[in-house]
Design a protein around this ligand. Structure first.
Ligand code: NDP
Ligand code: HSE
Length: 430
């Protein structure tokens, strides 16, 4: 393919950065055809120049300071694959856009915290800001919302947004394996963030949810309003109880926009085994969104790892090469609405509550009284004669009701001598 190459300055040569170098080498001809010109990495930066990254870096200049990539005359586009909401990634992003150059990034933390500022900077210089790889790895969900569903009013989206957590939950489910053991495997496969706490505490899914909500609802990214609870407190017994009741445990992000404001929550849920999300396993992600004309769309595919994420990064580069770009969040930054956070306690639904209690007279009566006094109606109550943490497991499924009542029941039980461990609850996906 002839034509002037699109020249890339690549910051970060880790899981995703090395994946991009490999993809651009392996699929060079195909990518050039699709882009209308070759795409070539001319300069790169990482921390350790000497590290073998398993890819051919010959012919690529090295910059010790990633910010220098933005200033190079021979760089047309900067690709930021360093990570972190602030620090070198943000410095590079600001420098790139200030120089009027397109920025492609996979950095959901930076986009969730600073996306509005960066979108404004990009618009001020008339240059693209692209972040397809930041949400759901290789799944083109940003393009799907920004372009495919552009003609619809969207009020509701939900899905599996973290590959590491889904990998852990589905491995625990399939093999009864231990949490820490499976997390180590997810890290070795390149799925986890530099700080895996971001994955297992729901922060990474929260970053992605804030970006999707902005794209879907025309609101400013509002990561600060996301209620995030991860999977740290999900135990093997929860997964077994869920299975016995006809559910699987999945970490879901849920966002809704309505008269009550913007609701954004990441929380482990019980998903009925008949629901498509119950069958999403491993590092796969899936996002469901309801449009007023199109109905339900389901975007699904590999949510993490070198190949899928590189695929999304290079898709953005092909769009930049073709000039197929628009506002980062689908609307001009100044047209994005500032949404109030909705009160999650007003939501209604069924819930799973798990308690680990002492095996003695009166404990079930105490639990039932707390539920009654808080206005929670019990649909199912199971007590296993299996000791867990020195106690007995009680699993409850509630009838539909306000979530604030479940919170109130747990508050009533707080500090009770009957409890052996902190209770946990999960919403049940309808
Ligand atoms: P890695 O930790 O594997 O790679 C980070 C890279 O950044 C490394 O090459 C590191 O250098 C380099 N780096 C760190 N600090 C600097 C600096 N100051 N200047 C220049 N380079 C620096 O991360 P990933 O590749 O996994 O992730 C990169 C980004 O992509 C993150 O924003 C992440 O959230 C996002 N992402 C990751 C996915 C995944 O599946 N891994 C999926 C989707 C998005 P060195 O190698 O020398 O240490
Ligand atoms: N750590 C992230 C995950 C990478 O596990 O989903 C993909 O964004």
């Amino acid at each position: 393919m002839s034509g002037e190459p699109l020249r890339i300055g690549l910051a970060g040569l880790g899981t995703v950065g090395a994946g991009v170098v490999r993809l651009l080498a392996d699929n060079a001809e195909l990518v050039a055809q699709r882009a209308g010109r070759p795409i070539r990495v001319v300069a790169a930066s990482a921390r350790d120049r000497t590290r073998d990254r398993g890819v051919d870096l010959s012919g690529i200049d090295w910059e010790d300071d990633a910010t220098a990539l933005a200033a190079r005359d021979d760089v047309d586009v900067v690709v930021e694959l360093v990570g972190g909401s602030d620090g070198p990634a943000l410095t590079l992003a600001r420098a790139t856009l200030a120089a009027g150059k397109p920025l492609v990034t996979a950095n959901k933390a930076m986009m969730a915290h600073h996306g509005l500022e960066l979108a404004r900077a990009a618009e001020a210089r008339g240059t693209p800001l692209m972040f397809e790889a930041a949400v759901a790895g290789g799944v083109p969900v940003i393009k799907g919302l920004r372009e495919g569903a552009a003609a619809n009013r969207l009020h509701h989206l939900f899905g599996i947004l973290n590959g590491t957590c889904n990998f852990i939950l589905s491995r625990m489910e399939a093999d009864g394996r231990d949490f820490a053991d499976v997390l180590a495997e997810a890290q070795a496969l390149g799925y986890a963030e530099a700080d895996p706490g971001f994955d297992i505490d729901g922060v990474d899914a929260g970053h992605k949810l804030a970006l999707l909500a902005s794209l879907a609802f025309g609101t400013r990214p509002a990561f600060g309003q996301v209620e995030a609870t991860g999977i740290r407190h999900v135990i093997a017994a929860d997964i077994a109880e869920a299975a016995a009741l006809g559910y699987r445990v999945r970490l879901l992000g849920v966002a809704e926009s309505g008269a009550q404001g913007l609701f954004q929550r990441v929380h482990p849920h019980l998903v009925p085994v008949g629901h498509p999300l119950a069958h999403v396993t491993g590092s796969t992600n899936a996002v469901a969104v309801d449009g007023d004309f199109v109905g339900r769309l389901l975007f699904q595919g590999a949510g993490a790892g070198a190949g899928p994420t590189a695929s999304a990064v290079v898709a953005d580069l092909i769009d930049v090469a073709r000039g197929r770009t628009g506002p980062a969040f689908a609307l001009p930054a100044d047209a994005l609405a500032a949404a109030e956070a909705a009160d999650g306690g007003e939501r209604r639904g069924r819930a799973y509550v798990r308690l680990i209690v002492q095996d003695r007279v009166g404990v079930l009566a105490e639990i039932a009284a707390a539920m009654r006094d808080a206005g929670v109606s019990i649909e199912t109550l199971v007590q296993r004669g299996v000791a867990a943490d020195g106690g007995v497991l009680v699993a409850i499924v509630t009838h539909e009701g306000p979530e604030r009542c479940v919170a109130a029941a747990l508050e009533r039980l707080h500090g009770s001598q009957s409890l052996v461990a902190t209770p946990m609850w999960m919403p049940i996906l309808a």
